[in-house]
Ligand binder design. Structure first.
Ligand SMILES: *Cc1c(COP(=O)(O)O)cnc(C)c1O
Length: 389
């Protein structure tokens, strides 16, 4: 059996090696390292793929979120509601801009921000909601957009884990995640579903004015050379990363299908196993049953395949997997509201029952495009042997 890895970037590279190698060499020969034609072509291709009017590439997914918030003109003291159960980058940029992060609880089945909790957190100071499409599944955008419309709030989608997924609204329309709110961010960190070979990110919007504002912000607040109209940042995707992303983008649906295929096999292997809750797939666009993972609806792109271990033995399972050569991850072990940097006297433990429970139960299994049946068999057997002890 091939050594099991949490993410197999080498195996994926092998499949596109010739194209990547030659296009990287072409960029080096062109010496157009920054804002070259490759960046422009990638931007256009991603706009087409997502069916969004504007893609603005930048240096990483954290910058993308920060720049999206700067572009909207959010001001110190404005409250921004986001999920307690996500990667820290989401709350970090809110705090960095001196906005007030308001963390709220998530849903137990999708792990995504709970619309009911959003409603309770709204005050006259609330300006925006940041749903994270966690682990590759869209948040409840029907509810979130309705709440935002009702209270006149911006929706900033953190799509770092969800690129390629889509959301089917109750009126029947299907939209790719990242093209739903006023603005969205993504990350091209190597292990993300569409990853480059370094850092990279992008901002998406359908709003022409906002796109214009953001294009200046990523480039030192310049709209005309050496005229700095606003305080900006330096945040660029370089041409070498762009050319790698151009090689991978045409394969993104195929990559996401490979992830879904692995998730289906995991689900099947864990069917009926006590103390294990498999990830729920909500609202399939193609009309199959809820929880059926299919290849046509793109409702979940499995950035992570995350189980809940409900018998208090998650940490022992992690140890057991480590001892048996199966990598795994705990995303995320500490609720954001309990992190030193983000504690706030306004929070009450009773407001976070789900996150407080999930941090003790979740375990993410190896998930990438190159998992084979033998590996999945070994991983699932190792887990089942442990939980049935
Ligand atoms: C990865 C990630 C980010 C940050 O992306 P970077 O490119 O690493 O800065 C932000 N939000 C979420 C949910 C992520 O998973």
């Amino acid at each position: 059996m091939k050594k099991i890895q949490m993410v197999d970037l080498k195996g994926q590279y092998e499949q596109i090696k010739e194209q990547v190698n030659s296009s990287v060499l072409d960029v080096i020969n062109s010496t157009a390292f920054i804002n070259g034609p490759e960046v422009h072509s990638f931007q256009k291709e991603l706009e087409e793929y997502l069916d969004v009017k504007h893609v603005i590439p930048c240096a990483n997914g954290t910058d993308a979120l920060q720049i999206a918030m700067m572009g909207l003109g959010l001001q110190p003291g404005d409250e921004v509601i986001t999920a307690d159960f996500t990667f820290a980058a989401t709350v970090e940029v809110i705090a960095l801009l001196q906005l007030t992060p308001i963390l709220v609880d998530v849903e137990p089945d999708s792990f995504n921000i709970d619309p009911e909790a959003i409603k309770k957190a709204i005050t006259p100071k609330t300006k925006a909601i940041v749903p994270v499409h966690l682990f590759g599944q869209a948040a409840n955008m029907d509810e979130i957009m309705a709440i935002a419309n009702q209270h006149d709030l911006y929706v900033i989608e953190d799509n770092a884990q969800g690129i390629g997924s889509s959301y089917k609204f109750s009126n029947g329309t299907t939209t790719k995640t990242g093209a739903i709110g006023q603005v969205a961010s993504t990350s091209f960190f190597p292990s993300k579903n569409l990853g480059c070979y370094g850092d990279g990110g992008a901002i998406f919007t359908n709003d022409d004015d906002l796109a214009h504002t953001i294009r200046g912000i990523v480039n030192h607040g310049m709209y005309k050379r050496y005229h700095h109209d606003v305080v900006g940042v330096n945040s660029r995707l370089d041409s070498i990363q762009a050319t790698i992303l151009r090689a991978k983008l045409p394969n993104l649906d195929h990559y996401n299908n490979a992830r879904r295929a692995a998730a289906r096999k995991y689900n099947k292997a864990f069917e009926g196993v006590e103390n294990i809750i498999t990830p729920k797939v909500k609202g399939n666009s193609c009309g199959t049953d809820e929880n059926t993972i299919c290849d046509t609806c793109n409702c979940h792109v499995f950035h992570q395949y995350t189980l809940r271990i409900t018998n208090d033995k998650r940490d022992q399972l992690v140890q057991h997997l480590n001892d048996n050569g199966v990598p795994c991850g705990v995303y995320y072990p500490i609720p954001l509201h309990s992190q030193k940097a983000y504690q706030d006297t306004r929070y009450n433990e009773a407001d976070f029952p789900i996150t407080n429970q999930l941090v003790k139960e979740v375990i993410s299994l190896p998930m990438h495009t190159e998992l084979d049946d033998e590996q999945i068999e070994f991983i699932t057997k190792t887990i089942k042997d442990f939980v049935s002890q």
